[in-house]
Design a protein around this ligand. Structure first.
Ligand SMILES: [Zn+2]
Length: 319
């Protein structure tokens, strides 16, 4: 029997653990949300239990696994398997996540940044099939990227290459990123900043047509609410989406100038904002890149979508 891969997608809100076949199909998965706010040791034990649970639920043994791949939402020291920092989970400052998990299993454990894992998933079995080089950008509560060069994940010296969300695109921006810097792409165009954007737009005098209660808590603004706003042509939602799309378009332009990739794949929850958002991103990109483009560049949506993190983490074992 062909060995299976276990994937762990450790997100800031969602923790998915699953069994994945080498062709990228998911055999089974467990999704939990109650890891949020917990410490490192709790999460290590929780992941261990969930992996064991999904193995035994499928009448399998650990020996049926090739290994366990883990995607982490933050900076990772790839060689020695430490997390460096994250703004999506409590703790995890210089934490030996890979070896803490390895102690509980007899098969190898790989740890990488979650966007690297997603990029690898797109390369293996998604919108990046057939390309030797690609850039994957995930746009959701945060923003991250994965770089594939010559069919391999490019990690840089430490393993932190591709933290594109923290490139600064507007140093005079009103928005401070979770990393503390002003004007990161992530700070200007991700879901986490939407509450501040909403407040700013209304303070600027734009009136929302969303049916919100008088005591509305602005911290509740998220991509879903903004999408509802877009659907009813709400001027505030439209202004926010336009700004976010323009910043992402600038980001893609920067990616184009640095990497000249044949394809840029966009994934993450904010892509659900739909065609207005996606076409505005492309418009901004082409407005900036103009006649500097010689070979056509494909800007496409992720194909693996919500499971890319899980499949990609598992696929790290195949790298
Ligand atoms: Zn930042």
């Amino acid at each position: 029997m062909e060995k299976l891969l276990a994937g762990v997608d450790l997100g800031g809100t969602k923790l998915s653990v699953g069994l994945v076949k080498p062709d990228g199909t998911i055999l089974d998965k467990i999704i939990v949300y109650d890891h949020v706010g917990k410490e490192e040791d709790f999460i290590v034990n929780y992941i261990t239990q969930l992996v064991r649970k999904v193995i035994s639920a499928n009448n399998l043994k650990e020996s049926h696994l090739e290994g366990i791949g883990v995607g982490f939402p933050g900076h990772v020291r790839y060689r020695d398997g430490y997390t460096i920092t994250t703004s999506n989970l409590k703790g995890f400052k210089n934490f030996p996540l890979r070896d803490s998990l390895s102690k509980n299993f007899s098969v190898p454990v790989r740890l990488d940044n979650d966007a690297n894992a997603q990029a690898f998933c797109e390369f293996k079995c998604g919108a990046g099939r057939g390309y030797d080089d690609l850039i994957f950008l995930t746009i959701s509560s945060g923003i991250g990227a994965g770089i594939i060069i010559n069919r391999k994940i490019y990690r840089g010296m430490t393993g932190t290459a591709g933290e594109f969300g923290h490139t600064i695109i507007d140093p005079r921006s009103d928005y401070i990123c979770t990393c503390g810097n002003r004007g990161c792409l992530m700070g200007c165009a991700c879901g986490l900043t939407m509450p501040q954007m909403f407040r700013k737009k209304t303070e600027d005098g734009i009136k929302t047509t969303l049916p919100l209660p008088a005591d509305f808590d602005f911290s509740k603004v998220d991509g879903k609410l903004i999408k509802q706003g877009l659907e009813i042509n709400d001027p505030v939602s439209k202004a926010i989406v336009t700004d976010c799309a323009d910043y992402i378009g600038i980001g893609l332009y920067n990616i184009f100038q640095v990497f000249n990739p044949p394809v840029i794949i966009l994934g993450g929850g904010l892509m659900n904002l739909g065609d207005f958002y996606f076409s505005r991103i492309k418009t901004k990109f082409y407005e900036l890149a103009r006649d500097m483009i010689y070979d056509p560049i494909n800007i496409v949506r992720s194909e693996a979508e919500a499971d890319a993190g899980l499949i990609g983490a598992a696929a790290l074992l195949l790298e």
